[in-house]
Design a protein around this ligand. Structure first.
Ligand SMILES: [Zn+2]
Ligand SMILES: [Zn+2]
Length: 156
């Protein structure tokens, strides 16, 4: 794994560092993610909120509508509005960091592709990485260590 997991927004006002590897990395091809990024998919690194060290700036939450009706706050640089991470489901202990905001976006690769039912037809998926039409079973896919981390972060 790359040891430099620093990143930030486009204008430089927000800078952060991940103090460890994430628990799991989603590549999401759903329509919401396509719309919100203006792109083919989003890459989200799931990590405990307390493992994000804010080096500079203060991202501000913006609430977004979701299909599921669960809350989704996306945290943006107050100046340039780059989205750096999300809180899906109103879980303050957990963040979905946008891997494209890392200084080296190639440092983290998706562990799973989800919502491939709306994947753009020209996007090819790598062999050997699990892919699901909709969502997946966390128990089946996550490494034991990551499941432990999530449980602890959730206070269980
Ligand atoms: Zn900015
Ligand atoms: Zn999505």
């Amino acid at each position: 794994m790359a040891d430099n997991l620093e990143g930030g927004c486009a204008c430089g006002a927000v800078r952060y560092r991940l103090t460890s590897a994430p628990m799991f990395v989603h590549c999401c091809h759903c329509l919401d993610c396509q719309c919100q990024t203006g792109s083919a998919f989003v890459i989200n690194a799931m990590i405990e909120t307390d493992r994000i060290e804010l080096l500079q700036g203060a991202p501000e939450p913006v609430g977004l509508p979701t299909d599921s009706g669960r809350p989704h706050d996306v945290y943006r640089c107050p100046r340039c509005q780059t989205a750096v991470w999300s809180d899906y489901g109103g879980r303050p202990f957990l963040r979905f960091v946008r891997v494209g905001t890392l200084d080296d976006p190639s440092a983290l690769e998706p562990d799973v592709h989800i919502y491939t039912r709306t994947k753009l037809a020209w996007v090819g998926l790598p062999a050997g990485v699990p892919a699901f039409e909709v969502f997946y079973d966390r128990d089946a896919l996550w490494p034991a260590e990551s499941k432990d981390r999530l449980r602890k972060a959730a206070g269980g």
